[in-house]
Design a protein around this ligand. Structure first.
Ligand code: ZN
Length: 320
């Protein structure tokens, strides 16, 4: 159970923050939108990473616990992280004590560095699998992001690795709020961590929940992601923060409906002896055509899902 023994050092931190200015924050603004008392999300683009959006596409969750601030998925780069810290400071003198990385995608984790400069230093937390993946590949991800976004956007970037302290079915305690930890292997990514606070009925779903945008599946398992979403739908959440915020009906349900459409369409086509060249026609995608990135992302998802399901089908596995 990850906890921290640090005392409450709000006044000390406020002084430390006054002396520190993020180098690359000029021009980057972060707006924190209030979801419920003490719970905020950063306004971010509901879009795929691109040079035009500087990868600012993750709605970072900020929870003012009363005993310190929890930040989940601090974002893509130092300027965003610095601006996010400024927005947090405008809300509260509470120190940032916990930073959680839900999964090892660069737009979620590369702003860790902005928080590592704080004194006292927050504790950085992830599942063992996410921490190991970040150790393996954050350097390559950082180089790729600098190429994609430009070195100016990634100025001040540094890799800060989390502790592998979030245990599946364990709890993270932030003041009076307890967060149930769930870890899903092979869903949206190789390892996706979810936090659920029963007291707040708030679900932090990381990359598992989309809203009006075609899910990114470049590292996904279709079947694993569907299993994860079915589990998440059993939680009595009122609010979900994933790649966008909304109710379960606006996020979990449509994401699962899209993945189910892939699975059912491709499963039926495989059973009928169809081949991959007709994969696109096999999926009933009309309900999702208005989602963002449909034209570019959906065909890639169909190809990926076809490969996964064809392998399972060849092995005689059920595709339901
Ligand atoms: Zn992701």
């Amino acid at each position: 159970m990850p906890t921290t023994r640090r005392g409450f050092l709000g006044a000390t931190l406020a002084l430390a923050m006054n002396g520190w200015r993020p180098a690359a924050a000029a021009g980057t603004r972060v707006t924190l939108e209030r979801l419920q008392p003490g719970v905020y999300v950063a306004r971010a683009g509901n879009a795929e990473v691109a040079r035009a959006n500087a990868a600012e596409v993750v709605p970072t969750l900020v929870h003012l616990s009363g005993a310190g601030v929890l930040v989940v998925d601090p974002g893509p780069q130092a300027a965003w992280g610095g601006a996010l810290l400024g927005a947090i400071r405008a809300l509260t003198p509470q120190p940032v004590r916990w930073v959680v990385n839900t999964h090892a995608h660069p737009e979620n984790v590369l702003a860790n560095a902005a928080f590592a400069r704080l004194r006292p230093r927050p504790v950085f937390l992830a599942s063992a699998a996410t921490a190991a993946l970040m150790r393996q590949r954050c350097a390559a991800c950082l180089a790729r992001m600098a190429t994609l976004l430009g070195s100016g956007t990634m100025r001040g970037a540094a890799i800060v690795l989390p502790e592998p302290a979030l245990q599946p079915d364990g709890w993270l305690h932030t003041g009076a709020t307890a967060w149930q930890v769930q870890v899903y292997a092979n869903a949206h990514s190789a390892s996706d961590t979810v936090l659920y606070a029963p007291r707040l009925q708030l679900l932090c779903a990381g990359g598992l929940a989309y809203r009006e945008r075609v899910p990114e599946m470049h590292e996904a398992s279709l079947q694993g992601w569907r299993r994860a979403l079915r589990r998440l739908q059993e939680l009595p959440a009122r609010t979900v923060v994933g790649t966008a915020a909304g109710t379960p009906a606006q996020t979990l349900a449509p994401t699962l409906a899209y993945l189910d459409a892939l699975a059912h369409g491709i499963g039926a086509a495989l059973a009928a002896g169809s081949d991959a060249s007709r994969a696109n026609d096999a999926v009933a995608a009309v309900p999702f055509r208005h989602w963002r990135h449909f034209q570019s992302r959906h065909p890639l998802n169909v190809q990926r899902a076809w490969r996964e399901l064809e392998d399972l089908w060849m092995q005689g596995e059920p595709l339901a």
